[in-house]
Design a protein around this ligand. Structure first.
Ligand SMILES: *Cc1c(COP(=O)(O)O)cnc(C)c1O
Length: 444
């Protein structure tokens, strides 16, 4: 089965790339895809800086400027000498060792570093293998905390609509229940409590009526709520919506008042993407539990972290089962931890906030023209994140082709064409990314 309009330029059917594409389609699941695959995936042979090199040209392009940072993660770009060096050095020592009964310098130093740079009060770190697992761990921590205190009725979660927290079971239960990727499972998932989506706009003043709505929801369910879980400041895969950080302060106050824990899922927003090192910093609050992932290793390896306060850890550790029963095989993986440490040092060793501001300015300028295009409903930029929202579902295929023709990689979803470029993206490449988003918006 061939695409009527393949992305790659016509390939010799016997070529290695054509063969890879056929095998890929027959055997390999891709994110949110059917089997066999219906669309041709571009074959990437290597990547360096902000450029993905293709195994065979597509729409006349041999290389694409990456607008996606491989889904928020490759903040320093690809093939970075400092991260390569950290990985290679650690590889020469050990790439993995079990974490039960053993420990090692990369994990210990990474945990200490995370405690140092995250909001004050987060003191304990669980190193998990992916973002979704870190959310599972966060939920388990909160449920177990209340159980340890004998409050066995506090087992539910409250979130606001429009969120995304991952694809495993507990995270799915707090993703947006309508029109999202997990609608199919409504009725089978734990039934959580949903508040309305927060009013949009980072700078739009806090709406007291919405704050009252949150208060009413938390108050009505306080006896059964273990935790409130939200993505701070940016709701990512649920729709690329921004809200005033003031709502996080409202949630912090409500959680304290009604005896509910607060989980902030910073898997997408962590490490500078929104202009603050962590989105919680915009609000000046400390959550009880925080999840990190995605850019933690600069996009090199899969690693996530769940941090919690001493209160949460003490509660769990004094309970009737005084341990946190979670321990993935690859917990604390030394290779990933070593690269994560190097990535954080690289980030903090430069004017990352200035770079994010520069990208924010470039995105504002470059995407402004999209407002005038037919079919465009909204243009939003915050930090190194820009989104063009259409008034219809994006034709992903047509939009991707248009961007690839401009030499840029984007991956639209729902009604959104969005970009979160690596922080090292130069001004010319940034302008090119914006041009490509406009082209994609016109054809998608
Ligand atoms: C991507 C994401 C997750 C899930 O992380 P995975 O590593 O894909 O499991 C959870 N929460 C948020 C906010 C995310 O953006």
């Amino acid at each position: 089965m061939r695409d009527p309009f393949p992305l790659h330029d016509p390939l010799d059917r016997m070529s290695d790339t054509a063969q890879l594409i056929d095998l890929d389609r027959q055997h390999v699941w891709h994110p949110y895809g059917p089997m066999p695959g219906r669309q041709e995936n571009l074959v990437v042979s290597s990547a360096s800086g902000v450029r993905l090199r293709l195994a065979a040209p597509a729409q006349g392009q041999e290389e694409l400027v990456d607008g996606m940072s491989s889904w928020w993660s490759a903040i320093h770009g690809y093939n970075h000498p400092v991260l390569n060096e950290a990985a290679t050095a650690q590889l020469g020592r050990m790439s993995h060792v079990m974490f039960g009964g053993l420990t090692h310098e990369p994990a210990v130093r990474l945990a200490a570093k995370l405690v140092e740079i995250t909001p004050a009060g987060l003191e304990h770190v669980f190193l998990a293998d992916s973002g979704s697992v870190s959310v599972e761990v966060a939920v388990k921590m909160c449920l177990q905390y209340w159980r340890s205190l004998g409050r066995t009725g506090k087992t539910r979660l409250l979130t606001w609509r429009g969120g995304y927290h991952g694809d495993t079971w507990q995270p799915m239960a707090v993703c947006d229940p309508d029109g999202g990727m997990h609608e199919l499972w409504q009725g089978h998932l734990p039934q959580q409590v949903f508040a309305d989506a927060p009013p949009g706009g980072f700078e739009t003043p806090v709406d007291p009526a919405y704050a009252d709505h949150l208060r009413a929801m938390v108050a009505a369910h306080a006896d059964e709520l273990a935790a409130v879980i939200v993505e701070p400041v940016v709701q990512g895969a649920g729709g690329m919506r921004f809200h005033n950080p003031g709502y996080l302060r409202v949630l912090r106050e409500l959680c304290d008042e009604y005896g509910v824990l607060l989980i902030l899922d910073e898997i997408a927003t962590g490490f500078g993407r929104t202009g603050a090192l962590f989105a919680a910093d915009h609000a000046g609050i400390t959550p009880d539990v925080m999840c990190l992932g995605k850019s933690l290793t600069g996009g090199y390896l899969t690693l996530a972290a769940t941090l919690c306060t001493r209160r949460v850890a003490d509660g769990i550790s004094r309970g009737e089962v005084p341990v946190l029963a979670h321990g993935p095989t690859f917990m604390g993986n030394p290779l990933a931890a070593a690269v994560a440490l190097a990535s954080i040092d690289l980030l903090l060793g430069q004017d990352w906030a200035g770079e994010v501001k520069r990208i924010e300015a470039g995105l504002r300028e470059g995407l402004e023209g999209a407002r005038a295009l037919p079919g465009v409903r909204d243009v939003r930029v915050l930090g190194a994140l820009g989104a063009v929202q259409l008034d219809h579902p994006v034709d992903v295929w047509a939009a991707t082709r248009a961007a690839v023709r401009e030499g840029v990689w984007v991956r639209p979803f729902r009604d959104l064409i969005y970009v979160m470029p690596p922080y090292v993206t130069g001004d010319a490449d940034l302008a090119r990314i914006c041009q490509a988003v406009l082209a994609a918006a016109q054809e998608g």
